[in-house]
Structures are given as structure tokens and as C-alpha cells.
Unconditional design. Structure first.
Length: 86
């Protein structure tokens, strides 16, 4: 797949959100890019399904109904400001 889609080999950070019946079912992600896009998607998808401490691990029955959302994050940057007033 990397040969066909080389951007999957670039370092990126993603959040994986699992929803079921319109409700959150798991969400795990990376804030800073530290591995390839494909590896971050795989690792965070597994973690969202099986390691989100707010939920029991995803079952095979739930997997049939879950919606998977992948959010690709931009590289963080420092925000310059003078005060906290808007």
C-alpha cells in the first residue's frame, strides 16, 4: 500500500473516534507525529477499540455497528497572544 500511497509513510498524528448509535464508544489519538500515518492509524484504532479506559473492549457484535472517524491533525504550533480577553 505504501508504494501506491506514499503519504501513508510520512509522520502524522491522528485521533480515532468510534461512535455507535450516535454515541461515543472510544477515542484515542496522538497529538505529536511520532510514527508513520498508517502505523498511527492502526495503533490508535486498536487503542480506541480496546484500551479506552472509559469503555469495555469493543465486542465483535459492536464492531459490526461502530462508525470509525479518523481525524488527521496538523503539526502543533505556538500561538502568540497578549492577554486572555477576546
Amino acid at each position: 500500500m505504501i508504494e501506491q500511497y506514499p503519504s501513508f509513510a510520512e509522520k502524522h498524528a491522528v485521533f480515532i473516534t468510534l461512535n455507535m448509535d450516535g454515541r461515543l464508544r472510544g477515542c484515542i489519538g496522538s497529538l505529536i507525529p511520532h510514527r508513520s500515518l498508517i502505523d498511527d492509524i492502526i495503533a490508535n484504532a486498536k487503542s480506541a477499540a480496546f484500551r479506552d479506559s472509559r469503555f469495555a473492549p469493543l465486542t465483535s457484535e459492536e464492531f459490526k455497528k461502530v462508525e470509525i472517524e479518523i481525524s488527521l491533525l496538523s503539526i502543533p504550533y505556538e500561538l502568540q497572544y497578549r492577554d486572555m480577553l477576546i
